[in-house]
Design a protein around this ligand. Structure first.
Ligand code: I6G
Length: 673
């Protein structure tokens, strides 16, 4: 009969091995790091409680994953190990106590404390100060040769500078994609419909493990050293911290946060400090690494299967957790923006319980390719609101497609989705309950209906008390209804009623502006009013006609069209007109008459004070036609010096003739009209 513990151990090992392949070799993890840590911890516990089942091929005894065939293999002469983890202060205290016991120390141990960057571990081999090889950690003994790619990373020196550089020195550290670059890369990728990276670690690993180093060169990667592997003919300090400072002097980059700390309390204080700084650091970190600082003590402590005994990673709370997408709700914002919100099976991320996350817009849903019922990763980083960063390829037995509604969930008006704009909006701006306060406030603002005394607080109270639902309701308010409001005495109420009455006399442009049509600001409202002259004409304008108005392009035309197609908006407009809002009738702008319109001029002879084409343009600007020949239809001939046959003909036909000074006087007589 099979032993259930052994069975469980076998199952966990298989699962972890599979995840190792996805994480280390394929750079496409199928579970979150925290879920992975939990599986590994579970396996470790079972193995330590049942040591008879411990085998050397267990993932608890191994580092990383297999190396990819596409790269040349590199032998790590000094194995590149991994680190053991602790997840709380108690386990850290146990770790330090174990060290003290092993070393039979009574005083505080000195540690070098460093942030643990979430990137890809790399080995850089320098011979006589020249970078000759770079390799991934791989399985700890064999890594992948990525020299060509690493050489494209800006902050990695190809040659070390300074004194006492050992003949051979292997630097170890982490390649990361800094946060700013990661966010920027993903933003651009999603704008261009390209695949974005799940997290900065994936971005770094995926970028470095490329066969074509031109691709790597385009990715903004950075390297930070954390230790030394192989050394030949070199004289190094006996302190890990001092060794790191030496690396810095040779030109190798270090993180800024490395410090020396004493004992458990020193380590814990450092952990707290860096945890509070976590979101402000330029790179993503997932914990702290404490290393016994004294190299001789490190040597005394040695290694266990896959990790040094003298170092430990103290992990931070995870910023990513996986959970189920239960449903998607659509929220309507104050300005009508429709935001899909993911309803999640509650999950604890970064110290907070999360059951909802914004999905931003339909493009984001498509980018993520998620369906209801999927397992998704919730990420909570920096001060950012929780995000769904990706879905995991777990079996979803009854996937439900997320359907973006075509009508507003609050007021049922049409949802306006304009091509090229990510945000979809409810077009029932005047009527929609979600947009009420914003719409009424905008309606009464100074540049629109200019209703004095109708500030934000009053509008809020009027809506909350259900005294008004839309701008038209303002005009049937009675002063008795107003007097009940906060800080509203009889005098103020009377003033507000008067202001409402006064506002009824307005202009067409201000009324249009007050309707709050998307992207119709003061100038556009004025242009629309001048072009259409009446509200009826504007209401029945189609998208093509709207685009003939100055400053109105396709998008604005569509907004206007949508707005006037919503029955509810039209009802509110009718109620406003019924309440007595009016404006002076507009008449078409008279075309200003040009003074020389219908007159034909002929220029002949040489002009001395102005060029002939200047004279021609000046006459044309005043409306004149400038002809090349004299006929009975010519109104005037400008005769310059040595004028010939044209002058004679003008004289014969009795056509008025002026000289160059006469022309100048004529032009000047119209110059300021
Ligand atoms: O994987 C690692 C990340 C960071 C490390 C490490 C580290 O120090 C800041 N240090 C060691 C000694 C090892 N792995 C093995």
């Amino acid at each position: 009969m099979l032993n259930p513990v052994k069975e469980k151990i076998t199952l966990l090992r298989e699962q972890i091995k599979q995840h190792n392949t996805h994480y280390y070799s394929l750079d496409t993890p199928t579970i979150t790091d925290s879920e992975y840590d939990r599986l590994l911890l579970q396996l470790k516990q079972l193995e330590s409680e049942n040591p008879k089942f411990l085998t050397p091929d267990s993932p608890t005894q191994k580092v990383g994953g297999a190396v990819l065939d596409k790269f040349i293999k590199v032998n790590h002469e000094v194995p590149m190990l991994s680190l053991d983890n602790v997840f709380n202060g108690e386990d850290l205290s146990d770790f330090i106590e174990r060290l003290n016991n092993r070393l039979t120390l009574t005083e505080n141990l000195t540690f070098c404390a460093e942030p643990k960057l979430d990137g890809l571990a790399i080995s850089l081999l320098y011979e006589n100060g020249i970078l000759v090889r770079a390799a991934t950690r791989g399985d700890g003994s064999i890594g992948e040769d990525v020299t060509h790619n690493v050489k494209t990373i800006q902050n990695i020196p190809h040659q070390l500078q300074g004194e006492n550089i050992p003949e051979t020195i292997e630097i170890r550290g982490e390649v990361v994609m800094p946060m700013a670059a990661f966010n920027n890369y993903n933003k651009k990728a999603s704008e261009n419909g390209e695949k974005s990276f799940a997290n900065p670690r994936n971005a770094a690993a995926g970028s470095l493990r490329q066969l074509d180093s031109k691709i790597t060169a385009k990715r903004p990667l950075a390297f930070f050293s954390y230790g030394i592997g192989l050394v030949n003919n070199g004289d190094l300090a006996n302190s890990h911290f001092q060794r790191l400072q030496q690396l810095k002097k040779w030109g190798l980059p270090l993180t800024n946060e490395i410090e020396v700390k004493q004992g458990f309390q020193g380590c814990l204080d450092y952990y707290q400090t860096i945890l509070t700084l976590r979101d402000t650091l330029p790179y993503e970190i997932d914990g702290i690494v404490y290393k016994v600082d004294d190299i001789e003590l490190q040597q005394q402590l040695g290694f266990i299967s896959r990790a040094p005994r003298w170092a430990i990673a103290h992990k931070f709370p995870a910023q990513e957790e996986q959970t189920k997408l239960l449903d998607v709700e659509f929220q309507v914002g104050r300005t009508g923006a429709i935001t899909p919100v993911a309803i999640l099976e509650p999950v604890f991320v970064g110290g907070v319980n999360i059951s909802r996350a914004s999905l931003h817009n339909n493009d984001e849903i498509e980018r993520l390719g998620i369906k209801i019922g999927d397992t998704v990763v919730v990420r909570r980083a920096a001060d950012v609101i929780p995000q769904i960063s990706r879905s995991l390829p777990e079996q979803n037995l009854s996937p439900k497609t997320i359907v973006f509604p075509s009508n507003c969930p609050v007021c049922k008006s049409e949802i306006e989705k304009i091509e090229g704009e990510a945000v979809a909006r409810c077009s029932g701006g005047l009527y929609c309950a979600a947009q009420r306060k914003e719409a009424i406030q905008y309606f009464s603002s100074r540049k629109a209906m200019n209703i004095d005394g109708l500030g934000e607080k009053v509008v809020e109270q009027l809506v909350d008390e259900k005294l008004i639902n839309n701008p038209a309701d303002l005009f049937v308010l009675k002063s008795e209804q107003l007097i009940g409001l906060e800080r509203m005495g009889p005098k103020k109420a009377e003033n507000l009623i008067n202001a409402l009455n006064n506002s009824k006399k307005t202009t067409f442009a201000k009324f249009l502006l007050a309707l709050g049509i998307r992207e119709v600001g003061e100038a556009t409202a004025k242009n629309l009013a001048e072009y259409y002259l009446t509200l009826d004409a504007l209401k029945s304008a189609d998208i093509d006609s709207l685009q003939e108005v100055d400053d109105v392009g396709e998008i604005v035309a569509k907004h206007v069209d949508y707005f006037f197609r919503q029955t509810h908006n039209l009802e509110v407009i009718d109620a406003l007109l019924a309440a007595g809002i009016e404006w002076p009738v507009l008449v078409p702008k008279e075309q200003k008459k040009l003074p020389l319109l219908d007159k034909t001029y002929v220029l002949t002879g040489t002009l001395n004070k102005m060029k002939r084409n200047e004279a021609k343009a000046a006459l044309q600007l005043l409306g004149a036609k400038v002809s090349g020949s004299v006929s009975a239809k010519t109104n005037c001939v400008v005769a310059g010096e040595s004028a010939g046959s044209k002058l004679t003909k003008a004289q014969e036909l009795n056509i008025p003739i002026i000289d160059e000074d006469g022309l100048i006087a004529l032009l000047e007589s119209f110059s300021d009209k």
